[in-house]
Structures are given as C-alpha cells and as structure tokens.
Design a protein around this ligand. Sequence first.
Ligand SMILES: [Zn+2]
Ligand SMILES: [Zn+2]
Length: 254
Amino acid sequence: MEIKILGCYGNSVKNFRTTAYLINESLLLDAGTVTEPLDHKQLKKIKHILISHTHLDHIKDLVFLVDELVMMGEFNIDLISVKQILEIISGNLFNNRLWPDFTVIPSEKNAIIKLREIELEKYTEINGITVKPVLMTHTVYTVGYVIKEGNKGFMFTSDTGPTKRFWEVAQEEEGIEFIIADVSFPNRLESLAKLSGHMTLSMLLDHLDRYGLGKMPIYINHIKPIFLDEIFSELSLSKRTNIKPLEQGSQITL
Ligand SMILES: [Zn+2]
Ligand SMILES: [Zn+2]
C-alpha cells in the first residue's frame, strides 16, 4: 500500500494544507486538499473517497474536485462513509445552495458522485483495500478507520478527543503497522483540546500507555500550524522515538 500525504494539518494557512491521504492513487481518505496538489492525470485516477467527518477542513476540496471532474468529462466517483455522515453532506453541501447537487448531475443514474454507505465496525472492500469505520469522540459524528491491504495496514483516528473504542480496536486488530493520530494543540491548551474534540501530546501518551500501545509507531497529524514549534519541542522532550509528525508531501509505503 502506498499512502501519499497531500495535507495533514489542522488548518489551511500559507503552505500548510488540511487532511487528505491518497492511497494507491485511487482511494482518497478525506478531501481537505485535492485539486491544489494533484494534476489532471492524478485527479482522473481517484475513484473512491472515504470521509471521516463533515468538518470543512476534511471535505472542502470535494467541491472543486467534482467541478474539475465534470470539466474533464470524468464521471462516477464513490463517496463512501457511514449513513450519518453522508446525510450531512447531501443535506448541507450538495444541496443546490452551497454547491450543485452532483449526486443527480447529469442524471441520478449516471451521477458524478455516488453515495456509498458502509457500516460501523464492519469490513468493506474498496478496490483491494479493506476499510472499517470506528466511532470517534468529536464535536460532530466522526469515524476513524482501520485501513488494510491483505493482512497489514494502519489506523487513522481522524479528529477525536479522549475516546475508548478506537484504542480497544487498535489493541485487537492484527497487522496494524502504525496509527495516524490527532494532536492538534500543545499540552497547555488541554481544556481547549477537550472542548473542541481534539488531543494534545500528553493526552495521546496517556491513551497509548493505558491501552498497551506505548511502542506502536505513531504519526501525529492535525497539528494547528501556529503551534507547530511548540508541539515539536514537546515531542522531543517526551523522548518517544516511535512517535513522529506526519509530513505533508511525504509518502508511506507498507
Ligand atoms: Zn473536525
Ligand atoms: Zn479537522
């Protein structure tokens, strides 16, 4: 499995882009950043988009992507998530007010976007990749994911505050090589992190230790760019060499 990190930050400022990971060139995990980093040839290869939740920093480039696909004469993209999340997108984004309803354009049968529902904690296969959504604890309905190809893969917390189920699944699930985890704020802003459904590094360390995952390789993501230096220095003080910041523009091969 090949994972390209198109964007991995908690806000879009200067050159920092928001969450989007391109898996094996055709499966996009979240759509915070799509049309800026990818050219037409790469956009054409995207066939499935898996969504973690409906906050704009995770879905905003959906609107530019579908517009571009129409202009390129490309059709049929599957927008995949659990029912609750797809309903928010169709009711609030592709509703002919904020953006045209591309789920019925040019026709219902041949629409640009097809909504594909998957079920919480059930495995679904998408073009050779197996995905399993797990309910997280955020300010809107949010799922994290187990993502596997064959018998190995990774997990993604998406945006989350303190939560239980995800970490239990991380304990049980076989073949998990790393976890991409939310660390949005520095330790001094723990109350803001909890209020906004996010994590600090010390909150993450607590969870990892509590669930026996202290040695699991971790990539932290969703750092608010303004706190980058502060969180990096907390990370180096922690001396946890298994935890690294995810880097925009990098690629992970499994
Ligand atoms: Zn969010
Ligand atoms: Zn976010």
